[in-house]
Design a protein around this ligand. Structure first.
Ligand SMILES: Nc1ncnc2c1ncn2[C@@H]1O[C@H](COP(=O)(O)OP(=O)(O)OP(=O)(O)O)[C@@H](O)[C@H]1O
Ligand SMILES: O=c1ccn([C@@H]2O[C@H](COP(=O)(O)O)[C@@H](O)[C@H]2O)c(=O)[nH]1
Length: 245
């Protein structure tokens, strides 16, 4: 059964990428249940108006391969730990969604029988079409990538209308706004400008992928209540990255 899409929603199907680090809230490590519950409710609002939601959650609140490698661990082992961290975040998000009565599925790029389903594109699209939120976990399944690349890859595969990156800053700036308080925010950028200026809000592999497949990306502040719904209704939250005019 397919669900009706609200006439006023700008997008029918989205790929939402949530920063793992932002899930920590005020904590130093792990998941703040309050952040998780708030995100679950905001996602539920989208499902309620008939928007199909695919989710990719980062793992930076638990493990990142590059940081583990800098501390002396083998990089590939560290990346495997990072990907497993995204499965843990996915399970926590499914739990929060289900507590809010929002149907959801976790699929993993790495087979994990008995815990989550193995990723299969056609099955994922069937779930989305029937209104289930699909959480794509374990990144791309390969080391040396990030969940930004996984989000763009899955967004392209499921034929999403847009990849939405929910993060701790309210858009893309000319330099990192956390380190440079005078950084200037862009409302809109084309792919090549992000690549040429090496703007660090998303890794460059991910930007190349969306550029090659003409997939628009919107970066917005996930700590701003109501911003996600506003954006999906066509509001101008954050920064739009696309092929330009
Ligand atoms: N030019 C820029 N514009 C905006 N943010 C930037 C820029 N350069 C670097 N950043 C930084 O990028 C960060 C966004 O990435 P985010 O924290 O979402 O990380 P991630 O690695 O994608 O997610 P995760 O926490 O899941 O690993 C911002 O917090 C910001 O400090
Ligand atoms: O395709 C992928 C995606 C992720 N990883 C590893 O997981 C961590 C966490 O992801 P973030 O995007 O940094 O939140 C990442 O640092 C990698 O170590 C991966 O190997 N492959």
């Amino acid at each position: 059964m397919s669900i009706p899409n609200d006439r006023n929603a700008k997008y029918k199907r989205i790929l939402l990428k949530l920063s793992g680090e932002a899930l920590m809230g005020e904590l130093d490590f792990g998941i703040d249940p309050k952040v998780l519950d708030r995100m679950a409710l905001e996602i539920g609002q989208l499902v309620g108006i008939g928007v199909q939601v695919g989710l990719v959650i980062g793992g930076g609140n638990l493990f990142r391969g590059a940081a583990l490698s800098a501390a002396g661990m083998d990089r590939v082992t560290g990346d495997h730990m990072g990907m497993l961290a995204t499965v843990m975040n996915g399970l926590a998000m499914r739990d929060a969604l289900e507590r809010a009565s929002i149907r959801s599925r976790v699929m993993s790029a790495i087979p994990m029988s008995g815990v989550v389903e193995h990723y299969d594109r056609r099955t994922a699209i069937r779930y989305l079409t029937s209104g289930d939120v699909v959480i794509f976990s374990a990144g791309t399944g390969n080391p040396f990538f990030t969940t930004d690349s996984a989000a763009c890859l899955r967004g392209i595969e499921i034929d999403a209308n847009v990849v939405i990156k929910a993060t701790k800053v309210d858009g893309v700036y000319d330099c990192d706004p956390v380190k440079h308080p005078n950084a200037v925010k862009y409302d809109r950028l084309d792919y090549d400008a992000v690549l040429d200026q090496k703007l660090g809000v998303m890794d460059l592999t991910a930007i190349c992928l969306v550029r090659d497949h003409d997939m628009p990306v919107r970066v917005f502040d996930m700590t701003k209540p109501g911003a996600l719904l506003n954006l999906v209704m066509g509001g101008k939250e954050g920064t739009l990255i696309d092929r330009g005019e």
